[in-house]
Ligand binder design. Structure first.
Ligand code: APR
Length: 238
């Protein structure tokens, strides 16, 4: 398992023009998370929910990775086995920065994918930036059941968390970039690692930064060079 775990949230994509969730003018200020990102959203609010993800997917076509994505991607390419890149984000900016599908773990799903709602099928289709109805009329090409965004809604299982927990147990350096910590308990995770770095634009009420060896309250693109140096010296001293 990797010696270094880099866990990111919406903050790493903020400078690419993708809204975060809980900052002022964030997504959850404009949309009711209980309507568009809840386990029963597809049953109770199908049209609004599908439109919400169609809109974010269409916008993603014109978003580019920023310097922080590029540095993380470059580190992963250079230290393949020693660095795990795990993100809460559903955007494809790490992939646009050069990471392969198998080089970044998306904990909460992936915006360009649809998933068959038939549990016995559950096929996943990457539709790029299209709207759901533009892909086979929104039906699974295999079993003709309705499709849905391949996003983990609140109250749903997040299978990739097992991967996250495995990496947490094994990593020695834990790096957090751009998450408020409202969904993933980064405080607890930081205690498993020998060394930990927190980079956020500003303090979050959900994170006790005393648990971190180093704290950088600044934009990810301004913190990433220092983070890169820490990771490289850590791996070169191992
Ligand atoms: N650089 C670094 N950090 C930033 C920047 C930036 N340029 N801009 C904002 N941030 C920080 C904010 O200070 C905040 O702490 O990013 C964090 C974003 O927090 P949230 O909006 O809560 O996003 P996130 O932590 O990723 O949310 C986790 O919640 O709604 C669910 O599934 C959704 O994956 C998401 C999860």
């Amino acid at each position: 398992m990797a010696k270094v775990l880099i866990l990111s949230g919406a903050g790493i994509s903020a400078e690419s023009g993708i809204k975060t969730f809980r900052d002022s003018d964030g997504l959850w200020e404009e949309h009711d998370v209980g309507v568009v990102c809840n386990y029963d959203s597809m049953q109770k609010h199908k049209t609004i929910t599908v439109e919400f993800y169609d809109k974010r997917r269409a916008e993603l076509e014109f978003k580019e990775p920023n310097y922080a994505h590029k540095v993380v991607a470059n580190l992963k390419k250079r230290y393949k086995k020693d660095i795990a890149v795990i993100t809460q984000n559903v955007d494809n900016l790490f992939e646009k920065a050069g990471l392969g599908y198998d080089e970044v773990i998306h904990l909460h799903g992936f915006l360009s994918e649809l998933r068959c709602q038939n549990y016995d099928c559950s096929l996943i289709f990457d539709i790029g930036y299209k709207s759901q109805k533009e892909f086979n009329g929104g039906l699974c090409p295999k079993c003709h059941t309705k499709l849905r965004p391949n996003i983990v809604f609140f109250g749903e299982q997040a299978p990739m968390y097992e991967e996250l927990n495995r990496h947490i147990q094994d990593c020695s350096l834990f790096v957090v970039i751009g998450t408020s910590g409202n969904v993933i308990g980064v405080n607890t995770m930081a205690q498993f690692a020998t060394r930990s770095i927190l980079n956020n634009y500003e303090p979050s009420s959900a994170i006790n930064d005393a648990y971190f060896s180093k704290v950088l309250y600044k934009k990810a693109t301004e913190a990433i060079d220092e983070i890169e140096q820490e990771i490289e010296s850590f791996l070169n001293c191992e």
